[in-house]
Unconditional design. Structure first.
Length: 484
């Protein structure tokens, strides 16, 4: 075992293995059969706008994701819009997070704890889901890994002013990507309390944390004026906390195996608060306003991976004296078993059916079904995202409900005309293509505009073609009588 550990330490950086491992997991099936779902479609269509249009939109909606949209705009400008450009930043970010897990585990509990935690990170189901997601949550996980590594560095007595500046800057960037990532700060507070950090640590940490929060505060306050965007999140229920409870139970087991002691910097002292505090904090916030979505605290998976690494490191140490030849193979064997056990889930997460819908597939159906002079409608208006992502497939179709485009109105879905105006225009059409959700994922029609669209189609039109694909539906309607 000694020669193998020496090999990792002196010939190959141990963090490089989980980094490349996670990178490979991310590149595997990256395009998901060329599918893009509604959340990613928001990123795609906003990233294709000009900086001025993005800035105009952020004043109306989605200010919380402003930095991410600007980043993706730059990437789309440089490399062009594609599923690779959309998702590769998340893959790279998760690889960085895995490397941070490895370095932290290595420093605090040995090479096998670091290696085991880093390899386990990329296999966690939540990580595999957002590993290939064109949204900012993987970038926040990377930031959590970097900020925690910086905290560990200074707690081990190797920190300088530059480390504290980097710590505050990293926390700030994560907050600008999604300010709920600031829940990492109370997790780090718990670590400082656990390790009985002195004034020499508390003072610079307080300065760095306060500066980050103060810099993010204008965004936090402004985004609260757009809180209607999260009004769809359901209230917290008991079944919603089952997942966090299971994670905390696993984490507690890992911390017990690490044998933590108060006043000592251990892997458990860092990892358990990082796993538990953000989860508990989000649950607490959700009692005030429904906000509980696991992706908002995805970065807590860094703590879970560290605890898994602690357990694997403890197992190797225990097996070493009795089975010196077999002990070095324990971590690789566990990883292989985990890969095999999680293979069905890994394949499922890389299929288009892993998401609620597919924007690109229904756009292809529209291209096949449309004819010259056809009109198009969207129910609800948010389903206009498929036309915004694939405008070439909708070329020649008239969006008869749209009053102001998304870019002009500074919104994600545009502004539609009133119900009476929509009804009048619909009655003047011979053929209308309707893009909507399939019945199994559709929500009840509530907007008056959508009720007007549905009523006119049912009374004055008949269905001549219908295609359903991956959560989306396109239906072709023809006028029963002469157009008015």
């Amino acid at each position: 075992m000694t020669c193998r550990i020496t090999f990792f330490r002196h010939r190959l950086p141990v963090w490089l293995i989980p980094l490349l491992w996670t990178l490979a997991l991310g590149l595997w099936g990256l395009s998901r059969e060329q599918s893009v779902w509604r959340d990613e479609a928001a990123t795609w269509q906003v990233a294709r706008r000009s900086v001025a249009d993005i800035w105009h939109m952020l004043g109306q909606v989605d200010a919380v994701h402003g930095l991410y949209y600007l980043l993706m705009h730059g990437l789309f400008e440089c490399f062009g819009p594609s599923t690779t450009t959309l998702r590769l930043p998340s893959v790279l970010a998760m690889a960085v997070a895995a490397a941070c897990v490895t370095v932290i585990g290595h420093r605090l509990a040995g090479v096998w704890a670091g290696l085991g935690g880093g390899l386990a990170f990329g296999l966690l189901p939540a990580v595999q889901f957002y590993l290939q997601e064109g949204r900012p949550y993987a970038l926040i996980a990377a930031g959590a890994g970097i900020s925690t590594l910086l905290l560990v560095t200074v707690l081990r007595g190797r920190g300088r002013t530059v480390h504290w500046a980097a710590y505050g800057g990293t926390v700030l960037v994560c907050a600008l990507l999604n300010w709920l990532s600031l829940l990492i700060l109370p997790a780090h507070v718990a670590t400082l309390v656990w390790t009985k950090a002195g004034r020499r640590m508390w003072t610079p940490w307080s300065v760095a944390a306060t500066a980050a929060v103060a810099a993010a505060l204008p965004l936090i306050l402004f985004s609260r004026t757009q809180s209607h965007q999260v009004s769809w999140i359901p209230p917290l229920t008991w079944h919603m906390v089952i997942g966090p409870a299971v994670l905390l139970a696993i984490g507690t087991l890992g911390s017990v195996l690490d044998r933590p002691r108060a006043g000592r910097l251990s892997l458990a002292a860092v990892a358990l608060p990082l796993l538990a505090v953000p989860q508990i904090g989000l649950i607490g916030l959700s009692l005030i306003q429904p906000l509980f979505l696991d992706r908002y605290v995805l970065f807590s998976m860094v703590g879970l991976a560290l605890l898994i690494g602690a357990a694997l490191g403890a197992a190797v140490r225990s097996a070493g004296p009795r089975f010196p030849r077999a002990a070095p193979w324990l971590v690789p064997a566990v990883v292989v078993v985990a890969v095999v056990a999680l293979l069905p889930q890994s394949l499922a997460k890389r299929s288009p059916s892993s998401r609620v819908d597919d924007v690109l597939s229904v756009a292809a159906d529209v291209r096949q079904l449309k004819k010259a002079g056809d009109a198009v409608l969207f129910i609800p208006a948010a389903r206009r995202d498929t036309a915004l992502v694939s405008p070439e497939d909708f070329a020649g179709l008239r969006d008869i409900a749209l009053a102001r485009s998304p870019a002009e109105s500074g919104t994600l879905k545009g502004t539609e005309a009133g119900p009476d105006r929509i009804r009048t225009v619909m009655l003047a059409q011979r053929r209308i293509l309707l893009v909507t959700d399939t019945p199994e994922v559709a929500r009840p029609v509530s907007a008056e505009r959508d009720k007007a669209k549905t009523s006119v189609l049912e009374k004055h039109f008949t269905v001549v073609a219908d295609e359903q694909v991956r959560g989306r539906q396109v239906t072709v309607y023809e006028r029963l009588g002469p157009a008015q």
